[in-house]
Design a protein around this ligand. Structure first.
Ligand code: CP
Length: 363
């Protein structure tokens, strides 16, 4: 099988076969990170741009390490040091970056849909490294990879996802991945942090931690996203911790061989007790290790596909997508800009506007 997606924007829409193929590819890359010389020439001559509009430790460094282990060149751009500060829109930033011919752009953005917006430009593969409360697809892949390493196939296994489900792109991507692969998924959290639409996704919902953890094979704890709590979803942090912190006592409800995941960063003492986070059931650092392999796989599958497409066009190997204008493929009809993506719809602008300077909105 080959992976035919041009962009990697989410788990939504991926088939079971595509998920298994991505996981198998990631597993094959894992070994490279165990070598003394952790580098292969696969992406030599290619440039990967990491465009991060939101803080990140794991995802950003993991994408950078993954690209470097494949011998790609990497550029890291953060909102605080880019021309976003001068009012440039996300699309204009992306257009400029694409003009430098990167092999792929990896984007993290606080607005849901930002990666999809970039993908509409369709100038180079776009990889979603987390968009608002929408999806974090490479996180879900590394989570599933880690789970499979410990308990085998996830089909028929019971996995509890616990905490701030409402704001969690990690939960959303994991629900999609795990249910597609046949797992029984339970969402556990206070009613105010459980979005009603998840009930439509074939998952169990629990508002009591102990009942939610009863007999589970895997516990995936989520970070309480304090920066996204627009209103009071619970009376106090103390109250939240009393009811939903994963302690050694709560852990006793799960299967004896349970494993515990957390995407990080952790709020120790709020959603997870340090004795659990650092204890024998925790696979949290293995998740981080697997993140590099997953991102190597995604970078490889998306950027080498580009090369294959280009090789199919010996006349203009750098322009595989312009069969209709062999004379000046770089100059679309002046009155009809076929390669120009429409500016964001009002709904998207509204979503993205909180993160852009006011004067740039709606340009
Ligand atoms: N899991 C995760 O996305 O962590 P970072 O925010 O540090 O990238």
């Amino acid at each position: 099988m080959t992976f035919s997606q041009r962009h990697f924007l989410g788990i939504e829409g991926l088939s079971r076969e595509e998920l298994l193929f991505l996981l198998k590819t990631a597993e094959s890359f894992r070994e490279i990170s165990e070598r003394e010389v952790k580098k292969v020439p696969t992406l030599r001559g290619k440039t990967i741009i990491n465009l991060f509009y939101e803080s990140s430790t794991r995802t950003r460094s993991s994408f950078e390490i993954a690209a470097k282990r494949l011998s790609a060149d990497t550029i890291n751009i953060s909102a605080s040091t880019s021309s976003v500060n001068k009012g440039e829109t996300l699309l204009d930033t992306a257009r400029s970056l694409c003009a430098m011919r990167p092999a792929a752009i990896v984007i993290r953005h606080p607005a849901s849909g930002a990666a999809h917006l970039l993908a509409q430009l369709d100038k180079c593969p776009v990889i979603n490294a987390g968009d608002g409360t929408h999806e974090h697809p490479t996180q879900a892949l590394l989570d599933v990879m880690t789970i499979r390493e410990h308990i085998g196939e996830v089909e028929g296994k019971t996995i509890a996802i616990v905490g701030d489900i409402l704001h969690s792109r990690v939960a959303r991507s994991n629900v999609l991945a795990l249910t597609t692969l046949g797992a029984n998924v339970r969402l556990v959290g206070p009613p105010t942090l459980l979005p009603p639409e998840f009930r439509l996704w074939g998952v169990e919902v629990h508002t009591d931690l102990r009942s939610g953890l009863s007999g589970v094979d895997v516990i995936m704890m989520l970070r309480l996203q304090r920066e996204r709590q627009a209103r009071n979803f619970f009376p106090s942090l103390d109250e939240y911790a009393r009811r939903f912190c994963l302690t050694t006592q709560a852990l006793a409800e799960a299967k004896p061989e349970v494993i515990i995941l957390h995407p990080g960063p952790m709020n120790r003492g709020i959603e997870i007790d340090s004795r659990v986070a650092d204890g024998p059931y925790s696979v949290i650092l293995e998740q981080v290790t697997n993140g590099v392999a997953v991102r190597m796989a995604v970078l490889y599958l998306l950027t080498t596909r580009e090369r294959i497409a280009a090789q199919d066009r010996p006349d203009r190997p750098d322009r595989p997508d312009r069969p209709d204008r062999p004379d000046r493929p770089d100059r679309p009809d002046r009155l009809n800009y076929p390669d120009r993506v429409a500016e964001p719809s009002p709904a998207v602008v509204q979503e993205i506007s909180p993160v852009l300077p006011k004067r740039a909105v709606g340009q």
